[in-house]
Design a protein around this ligand. Structure first.
Ligand code: PAF
Length: 287
């Protein structure tokens, strides 16, 4: 079967209706396109676990702030479709913003119903600088869940806060599916794959290598028995390239999302930095 490229919600729903009649399991991989090996690893996992796989490709306007990169976010539909075909995806769902949010472009919570995750989970890490970002993510993901009614939905660990928030949404709103977290995929030199890496100049990319180096050092020290987060923080700070602008380095319990002063198994060490104009995030879960 070849990959279907669908832009309309009703067309997706009618395909799904047929799959459900045959009791087929459905996997959803939500993306904003510009697919790379990180996305491919999610799709491969979905193919292993599900009879049918849907990849959504939608640059979601309501999760971008007014001064963020919505307009320049890479859009590479032809290449994305090819990758999905090669990986045996059944449906690529690529709606226009008007299909998702109606004509007229009224995208604020004055006009649109939003899903608002708990403030405790959004007023920290990326949410501190990206006001409203996670409301936009939760809202679009909820819509994608309702449109595609998947049994499993696949998200990368790189967006650790997003993953935590979406798992919480599934629990709090009794959504009938299982979220499957998938490991971060890195370049050979350690840089975590991201669609935004394409913005980096050669020089900025060199600075960015210090991000994964600093996380690796945190992991090494933790394995040696150093659990004081202020020491782990200072170590990261000393390794991060001085040309990077550091937004945060935080340590959180990945079961509760509470900030921790002493690292333990399942502590998330997460950071966001800017290399020039490009905002990059990365993390590691200590075990
Ligand atoms: O992680 C992403 O690419 C996006 O935040 C998501 C989950 C596809 C929602 O737009």
């Amino acid at each position: 079967m070849s990959t279907l490229l669908l832009n309309k919600i009703d067309d997706v729903k009618s395909n799904i209706k047929n799959w459900k009649k045959d009791n087929l399991t459905i996997g959803l991989v939500p993306t904003m396109g510009a697919l790379h090996r990180g996305h491919a690893s999610l799709i491969k996992r979905a193919k292993e676990m599900c009879n049918k796989v849907i990849v959504s490709v939608f640059v979601n306007p309501i999760q971008f702030g007014p001064n963020e990169d919505y307009d320049k976010y890479p859009r590479t539909m032809e290449a994305d479709k090819k990758i999905c075909e090669e990986l045996g995806v059944d449906i690529v769902f690529a709606p226009a913003p008007s299909e998702m949010y109606g004509q007229g472009g009224k995208l604020s919570n004055n006009e649109l119903t939003f899903v608002c995750p708990p403030y405790n989970l959004t007023d920290c890490l990326c949410g501190k600088s990206r006001i409203g970002h996670f409301d936009g993510v939760a809202t679009v993901v909820m819509k994608l869940f309702n449109i595609t009614t998947p049994d499993f939905a696949f998200f990368g660990q790189k967006d650790a806060q997003q993953l935590f928030i979406l798992k919480r949404m599934v629990k709090d709103l009794n959504i009938n599916l299982t979220i499957i977290p998938c490991p971060i995929v890195r370049e050979d030199d350690g840089l975590a794959l991201s669609s935004r890496n394409s913005y980096l100049s050669k020089e900025e990319r060199t600075w960015a290598l210090s991000i994964s180096k600093s996380l690796k050092e945190i992991e090494k020290l933790y394995k040696q028995g150093i659990t004081d987060c202020s020491i782990l923080f200072d170590t990261a700070l000393s390794i991060l390239d001085k040309n990077l602008e550091i937004e945060y380095i935080e340590f959180r319990n990945f079961d509760t999302f509470e900030e921790v002063k002493t690292a333990a198994n399942n502590t998330l060490a997460a950071m966001a930095v800017k290399a020039g104009k490009t905002r990059l995030i990365d993390n590691i879960i200590l075990v």
